[in-house]
Design a protein around this ligand. Sequence first.
Ligand code: NAP
Length: 411
Amino acid sequence: MKETEFGGQWITLDARGKADVPTNPNVGFIQGDGTGPDIWAAARPVFEAAVLRAYSGERKIHWLELFAGERAAREKGAALPQETIEMIRKSVVAIKGPLTTPVGTGLRSLNVLLRQRLDLYACIRPVSYFAGIPSPVRHPEKVNMIIFRENTEDVYAGIEWESGSEEANKLAKILQEDFKVSLPAGAGIGIKPISPGATKRLVRRAIAYAIERGLPSVTLVHKGNIMKFTEGAFRKWGYELAQEEFGDRTITEADVQLRFGGRTPEGKIVIKERITDSMFQQVLLRPEEYSVIATSNLNGDYLSDAIAAQVGGLGMAPGANIGDNAAVFEATHGTAPKYAGLDKVNPGSMILSGVMMLEYMGWTEAAELIRQALGRTIKERIVTYDLARQMSGAKEVKCSEFGQHVIAFMA
Ligand code: NAP
């Protein structure tokens, strides 16, 4: 890898999609809108301190500032400049704050567009508990799940037509004449595509993740009892993929019961399946039975927020959108514009997204330092306003101060 004018060297991906990371990688960052700059300003020193401490100066990130959102629209004339897309492709790894989709751009969502342009097909949301965080459930410590949500199809395909539109009327007519399906007058119409290719690449990533981390199961979540050829097909293709590509490492839950008396054979990952509505109960009642979850877009959208709520909500929930050519890590909450510039909001989601990023880069020592230090900060009840208002005896600190405390707790 050669030195670049950006100060560092480029990360590349090997044939199996694993990141080959130099000691001084260029990593893109987008501060984002609203409170994005506040959480970025608090989180960046945490990443830098952890890398410095873990590798004694032998590794260092070279940050490349990229633009998207309101600021990009103002300064670059486009909410998502082509240059930003190209630089993320080039740097492979990027981290971002929340974005406002500027009104009047004709865009449905800037975040969705970014995922589509880079084909970031897996939305990954790990959810685990930090002791001391207020939770609505009795045993939040039993929650330790990682959700792989398909990011490009299903409702994210965005194929729909308004009630009464020419397109909706035309489609209703075709359905009536060619398929003998009659819709109620004036129905708005949406199309839900789910394909074998998109399902299999998502499930492949989920199983590979479970194998890499030695996790016990992957659960396919679907609503296939009703939507047989979309959700039901997701289930079918998920099982097929597990059998075709990971047959020696996986076993179905049914086989564990039938052939092994309920005992999982050594070294095997159990492939489970749950109907979506039942899964919402399961994650509340028996969270310890679930580890990796692979699901279609809309199920994953609902499920990831519901599971995050069990461990204290979105303020601390990290996320990543990963494809075969790039990975973008992001705070999962929005821009919280009323707090913009007040140095007030919780930077936890951004900091933990950075932990995911460091893990993706294979810089696990730095990632672990941050996770431990963040845990200690919260245990000491040093928290931002959102958590302080729910905790007794908490010491409320500003966004930037929270980051400084995390740094101070790094061993
Ligand atoms: P939001 O920005 O997530 O804020 C809703 C509420 O959540 C805030 O008022 C605040 O609650 C709490 N909150 C959010 N971030 C927090 C943090 N870091 N620390 C503590 N509390 C936090 O949702 P929204 O108001 O619906 O959306 C605002 C804008 O964000 C919209 O333009 C939307 O499109 C955009 N958005 C972007 C993304 C993204 O870029 N990934 C995601 C979602 C929304 P309290 O008021 O109770 O303190």
